[in-house]
Design a protein. Sequence first.
Length: 255
Amino acid sequence: MKNHKALITGASSGIGLVFAKELAKEGYNVTCVARHEEKLKELVQELGGEHRYIRADLTDPKDLAKIRQDLAETKYQLLINNAGYGIYEKFNKIPLDKINNLIQLNISTLVQLSHEFIKNAAAGDALINVSSVLSLLPYPGGAVYSGTKAFVTNFTEALWYECKDKDIYVMALLPGVTDTNFHRVAIGTRNKSDPSGPSYPPEVVVKEALRCLKKRSCPSIISGPRYRFLAAITTRLLSRKRIIEIMGKDSPGMH
Ligand SMILES: NC(=O)c1ccc[n+]([C@@H]2O[C@H](COP(=O)([O-])OP(=O)(O)OC[C@H]3O[C@@H](n4cnc5c(N)ncnc54)[C@H](OP(=O)(O)O)[C@@H]3O)[C@@H](O)[C@H]2O)c1
């Protein structure tokens, strides 16, 4: 992938950071986007070469415009819309401005960056939107988060179909519980337990995503064999009512 360029949002930690390191190993020049400049600077120094970063709060319209402009001016072969977060709390306890911020980052920003990228994409280019296995499972105590991810999966899978004849590959990545900062951010300072279920390191999630990217075949991938199995049995064998009850019982946001 020499001379290929990739832009990754949310590259300062977790899944995005591992994407940056793995893509750099594969020969991509990566542009890392997030709010924490020190972490980005450290990452880019570690990667060496011609990698770069842009500090941006992707919920700030001016910063978002800066990234859209970069996508329009730099010819990227790969965009990974990975920046995102969750709030584990009952819906009526979350202030509206926080709900709006979550929707802005997880949905509006992702749509705007996807639009800018697809507009300029050529045959061979690819877009990965990071969703969640919770996009398939309603999550009481995380209703807005799982709702935003349901949007991301449906939106991205539909784009896969729209773009495939132009050989532009679009893929939704649906991680299960992954060992990153995500849960600490979602739980906040409240005294709540982590979500139950098996946890995978971000390296596993990224490895599976990159394998899928090379094959360029499926519109989405659930990462982690145990989550593929869980999603298959819950969505095929259980009623919606039963799924919601199970998800609500175990949700840290409900306690
Ligand atoms: N971990 C899981 O269990 C899990 C499961 C399913 C899906 N996911 C999804 O995976 C993606 C990555 O999350 P992660 O698990 O790697 O969590 P993470 O370690 O908390 O990483 C989140 C990344 O998003 C960036 N970010 C957050 N708000 C931002 C903003 N306003 N502007 C720009 N960047 C922002 C953060 O950087 P800064 O703080 O420096 O801005 C960070 O680099 C998310 O979309 C998440 O929903 C995670």
